[in-house]
Every structure is written in structure tokens, then in C-alpha cells.
Design a protein around this ligand. Structure first.
Ligand SMILES: Cc1cc2nc3c(=O)[nH]c(=O)nc-3n(C[C@H](O)[C@H](O)[C@H](O)COP(=O)(O)O)c2cc1C
Length: 188
């Protein structure tokens, strides 16, 4: 059983990536298969509301999204982590989630019943708004979001790896990932 973990930062080996890799290790320890996707490798266009996905079950736009759709379609879990930019999620992350949701809702509802949730990474502020913004995607698509010991936020600045020193934040996302894996195993 696969769990897709998406890192929404453009910075290679930055805080978001290191957190996603820590979550992937937790997934592996739980006996599930992590699949990490790095958005830094790609530009993600915004949804054009063309309706192509209703007939075709995939997106008309020629970027990496259709590959990501196929990975998510075959998964039991989905974790999306974003750095906070100006108090909200990074633009590419929202573009990805909006198009992923549109294709799912317009075709085979592959997100419906899937377990997942968001993670926000920031230097100082905006994490709760970012989590709220990202949760809109999970809830409207029928996804099941497990809780944790705190909200899924980690504090880290421009120094790559500084977020790994936020022990409470890392413990929170680890507990979230453990709950996600336990839930997947129970319902599948
Ligand atoms: C364009 C931009 C906007 C940012 N806006 C915020 C913000 O609103 N609040 C905050 O606490 N940090 C903000 N930050 C800092 C990042 O969220 C923080 O450094 C994060 O750890 C970066 O993650 P990364 O290493 O995965 O790229 C911003 C950074 C950038 C580049």
C-alpha cells in the first residue's frame, strides 16, 4: 500500500523536503510504501476550467500533473507539505491540489475515502491559515484526515535543515504520519 508524499518547496534539500523525508521514513517503518514527489522538479500550471478532465480522466495541460495523478490514483494515502509564503501555501501547491481535486471529482473520484493531510512549514507565522487553506482540498474531496498531538506545523527559517531542530513540530508530523498509516491499515 502506497503513500504519496509531496514536497511543495522549490528548494532542494530545504526544510519541507527534509520533513517529507522524515515522514517517508515513518511510513516505511509502518510497513507501507512511501513515494516522494518533489514539486521543485516541475512547474505546475493553474487550472483553466476547460472541462477536459470530465471526458478524459486526466488534465489537458502539458506539465507533470498527469504523472502525479497516476501515482495518487494508485495510493492509499496522500501527504502534502508546503512552505508558508506570505501567510498562505506556495502557489504551485494550491495549483496542484486544485487540479488534482478537479480531475478526481470529474472522473473516478480516486481521492474519495483516501487518508491524507497537509503539513505547513514556516519561519514565523501563517501556518494555521495555510493548513486551513490546504484542508479545504482534503475535505471537499471526501478524504479522511487523521489528527495528531498538535496541528501539522513545523518552524524553520531559510537555513536548510533548521526545521529539523523544531522537536515538537517533528514529533507532531511524525505522530500524524503514524496515525495516517494505522488508519490506512485498518480500513484496507
Ligand atoms: C517568498 C517567501 C515568502 C515567505 N513568507 C513567509 C511567511 O509568510 N511566514 C513565515 O513564517 N515564513 C515565510 N517564509 C519563510 C519560509 O516559509 C521558511 O523559510 C521555510 O522554512 C522555507 O521552507 P523550505 O526550506 O522548504 O523552502 C517565506 C519565504 C519565502 C521565500
Amino acid at each position: 500500500m502506497n503513500v504519496v508524499l509531496i514536497s511543495g518547496s522549490p528548494r532542494a534539500d530545504g526544510n519541507t523536503e527534509q520533513i517529507i523525508r522524515a515522514c517517508a521514513a515513518t511510513v516505511e517503518q509502518a510497513g507501507l510504501t512511501p513515494q516522494i514527489i518533489y514539486l521543485r522538479d516541475n512547474d505546475i500550471f493553474a487550472c483553466k476550467a476547460c472541462g477536459y478532465c470530465k471526458q478524459n480522466g486526466k488534465c489537458r495541460l502539458d506539465d507533470c500533473l498527469n504523472e502525479i495523478i497516476e501515482q495518487v490514483r494508485g495510493a492509499k494515502g496522500l501527504i502534502v507539505a508546503s512552505p508558508v509564503y506570505f501567510g498562505t501555501a506556495r502557489g504551485d501547491v494550491m495549483c496542484l491540489m486544485q487540479r488534482l481535486g478537479m480531475v478526481s471529482r470529474s472522473s473516478d473520484q480516486f481521492l474519495d475515502g483516501m487518508v491524507g493531510g497537509p503539513i505547513a512549514v514556516a519561519r514565523r507565522g501563517g501556518q494555521t491559515i495555510t493548513l486551513s487553506e490546504m484542508l479545504m482540498f482534503f475535505f471537499i474531496n471526501g478524504m479522511i484526515v487523521p489528527g495528531s498531538t498538535y496541528w501539522n506545523m513545523v518552524v524553520g527559517n531559510h537555513i536548510k535543515g533548521s526545521a529539523m531542530e523544531d522537536t515538537e513540530g517533528i514529533n507532531t508530523v511524525t505522530a500524524f504520519t503514524e496515525n495516517l498509516c494505522n488508519l490506512i491499515k485498518k480500513i484496507n
